[in-house]
Design a protein around this ligand. Structure first.
Ligand code: ADP
Ligand code: MG
Length: 227
C-alpha cells in the first residue's frame, strides 16, 4: 500500500465530498482525514453541518459525490453493493439515535442477529450474545422485549448488537440524543469502556463537550468542513 504513514490508519478520507440535489447543496466539502486503529474520535458540530453525512459515508450507507473513503483498505466509494453488504456485516457496528431494535424479538435475540446474518453456527450464538450483554450491563434484561426497557437500556442493547460480531469500526450517531441525562451518562460510560478496550475504532457524533472531552481526538465540523 505504499506510504508507511498510513500503516496504522484504518480509515482514510481523501477529499470526500457529498452534495445533494440540484442546484447542489454541499453537505460535505472535500474532507480529508485519517483515523488510526483503536482510536476514539468524537465528532462535534452544529446541526446540519454534515456529521451524519460523514458517518453514512464511513458506514457504506451512502457514496461520496467525489473523493475517496477507505476503511481497512476497502475503497467504499467504488465498492459493489455486495462488498458493502459484507463490509457492514463483518467489519462494522452502527448505533443510531433511535435504537432500531426489532420489537418482536427479545434483547438477546436482537443481539444475536448480526451473528445469524454472518452465518455463525447456532450453538455459539447465545453464548456470544450473553457475553456482550454482560459488557454493557444488560445481562438481567436479556429476555425482556424492547418495549419493556428504558431508553438507556434500549441503547445499551443496541450497542451490544453493534459489537457482538467484534467489528473493527463502531459508528455512533448521537447515541444519547434521545435520552435523559441519567440514561445518557450510562450509555456514555459504556461507550467509553468499549473505546478503552482499543479493539474497536470508535467514531461518535455528539453534541456534548464533556463527552467529546473523553475522546482521544475531537473533530469539529462546520458547513461540511473540518475546522
Ligand atoms: P448533521 O448530521 O450534522 O446534522 P447532515 O449530515 O444530516 O448534518 O446534513 C448536512 C446537510 O446536508 C444539511 O444541510 C442537510 O439538510 C443536507 N442533507 C442531508 N441529507 C440530505 C438528503 N438526503 N437530501 C438533501 N439534503 C440532505
Ligand atoms: Mg445528524
Amino acid at each position: 500500500m505504499g506510504s508507511s504513514a498510513f500503516v496504522n490508519s484504518v480509515i482514510r478520507l481523501v477529499k470526500a465530498s457529498r452534495s445533494y440535489g440540484s442546484p447542489p447543496v454541499t453537505a460535505l466539502d472535500a474532507v480529508s482525514l485519517s483515523i488510526n486503529r483503536g482510536e476514539f474520535v468524537a465528532i462535534t458540530g452544529p446541526s446540519g453541518s454534515g456529521k451524519s453525512t460523514l458517518l453514512n459515508l464511513l458506514g457504506g450507507l451512502d457514496h461520496p459525490t467525489s473523493g475517496e473513503v477507505i476503511v481497512d483498505e476497502i475503497h467504499l466509494e467504488s465498492a459493489w453493493d455486495h462488498e458493502l453488504t459484507l463490509y457492514r456485516r463483518l467489519k462494522l457496528g452502527i448505533v443510531f439515535q433511535f435504537f432500531n431494535l426489532l420489537p418482536s424479538m427479545s434483547v438477546v435475540e436482537n443481539v444475536e442477529m448480526p451473528l445469524l446474518l454472518r452465518g455463525d453456527p447456532h450453538h455459539g450464538i447465545r453464548v456470544s450474545a450473553l457475553e456482550i450483554l454482560g459488557l454493557v450491563g444488560m445481562t438481567h434484561r436479556a429476555n425482556h422485549f424492547p418495549h419493556q426497557l428504558s431508553g438507556g437500556e434500549m441503547q445499551r442493547a443496541a450497542i451490544a448488537r453493534a459489537l457482538v460480531h467484534t467489528p473493527s469500526l463502531l459508528l455512533a450517531d448521537e447515541p444519547t440524543g434521545n435520552l435523559d441525562s441519567e440514561n445518557a451518562s450510562q450509555v456514555l460510560e459504556v461507550m467509553a469502556k468499549i473505546a478503552s478496550r482499543r479493539t474497536t475504532t470508535v467514531i461518535m457524533v455528539t453534541h456534548s463537550d464533556s463527552v467529546a472531552a473523553l475522546a482521544d481526538r475531537r473533530i469539529r465540523i462546520a458547513d461540511g468542513h473540518i475546522v
